[in-house]
Write a protein that binds this ligand. Structure first.
Ligand code: NAD
Length: 295
């Protein structure tokens, strides 16, 4: 297929390269010259703006992978943006993690222009983007989902239909809010147990065969040297950064305000990650939040 790809950062660059490897012809754009040079070397054609990507000859699908809502608005709706030049019927897929309201507004604007649109945020991190094993949570019509599924499968392993426009973002935000909370709860329980005299590995073993078990305790335990493959066992380097978790908790609390839904623990979690980030820890893996405890 002839594809457009905008946003070639830590996630977008390996995703775009996987599409080139799968045999697609890509026209790409990013604000970073370095990112563009890398994609040119990988075989992509370079455009000078989002509008130029969207109007590339015979382009069938345009994918975006941008930092946040304001970038998505600007790339789609702004001057030199996609909506200024895109032909009718070109499918637009936004894989950025943004708030569900913005996703719905942009999709509505797309529909008014005659373009189908899907929101398709991912989980799986940069490792999943490199290996093509991301999970895509997709919102939009079933028909457009079915059309996009084979393409998304070349960048991911689990492609999940979540329902109407914006629902991909809803699923992502709800899951990551729970993850942020469960990591803090695991850190608190592990720290309490160890400071009262338990061996961390024995304690984790008990939790993981008891009712406290969760992904944060079992796969990604925040206590060092409990799970060999977890970032806690390599100085909290790599993994999912505190600032990325903070961004997702911000989206969750904003979405909750919009829905008039209390998210008490989500809001507390957001403040704890904010405190931890303000102490200079924004780039550490989010499980490092255990450092707020004394051990
Ligand atoms: P990143 O900051 O590495 O990359 C974003 C890219 O977008 C950059 O190359 C930047 O130059 C480009 N960009 C910004 N504004 C632009 C514009 N107006 N036109 C063209 N390009 C523009 O971010 P990332 O880590 O690749 O994350 C992208 C999205 O994926 C975010 O929404 C993030 O929340 C989400 N996400 C990230 C991870 C992760 O582990 N990094 C995991 C899941 C989801």
């Amino acid at each position: 297929m002839k594809l457009g790809f905008i946003g070639l950062g830590n996630m977008g660059s390996p995703m775009a390269r996987n599409l080139i490897k799968a045999g697609h012809e890509l026209t790409v754009f990013d604000l970073s010259k370095e990112a563009l040079d890398q994609l040119r070397t990988a075989g992509a054609s370079i455009a000078q703006s989002p509008a130029e990507v969207a109007s590339a000859a015979n382009v069938e699908v345009v994918i975006t992978m941008l930092p946040a809502s304001q970038h998505v608005r600007s790339v789609y709706l702004g001057q030199g943006g996609i909506f200024g030049s895109v032909s009718q019927d070109v499918l637009l897929i936004d894989c950025s993690t943004i708030d569900p309201q913005t996703a719905r507004e942009v999709a509505k604007a797309a529909l008014e222009k005659g373009n189908p649109m899907l929101d398709a945020p991912v989980s799986g991190g940069t490792g999943g983007a490199e290996s093509g094993t991301l999970t895509f949570m997709v919102g939009g019509t079933k028909k457009n989902f079915e059309y996009a599924q084979p393409l998304l499968s070349q960048m991911g392993k689990n492609i999940v239909y979540c329902g109407n426009s914006g629902n991909g973002q809803v699923a992502k935000v709800a899951n990551n809010m729970l993850l942020g909370i469960s990591m803090i709860a695991t850190a608190e329980a592990m720290s309490l147990g160890v400071s009262l005299g338990m061996d961390p590995k024995v304690l984790a073993g008990i939790i993981n065969t008891s009712s406290g078990r969760c992904w944060s305790s079992e796969i990604y335990n925040p206590y060092p040297d409990v799970v060999e493959s977890a970032p806690a066992s390599r100085g909290y380097k790599g993994g999912f950064g505190v600032d990325l978790m903070l961004k997702d908790l911000g989206l969750a609390t904003e979405a909750a305000k919009f829905a008039k839904e209390p998210v008490v623990l989500g809001a507390v979690a957001q403040q704890l990650y904010q405190l931890f980030s303000s102490q200079g820890n924004g780039q550490l893996d989010f499980s490092a939040i255990i450092k707020l405890h004394k051990n």
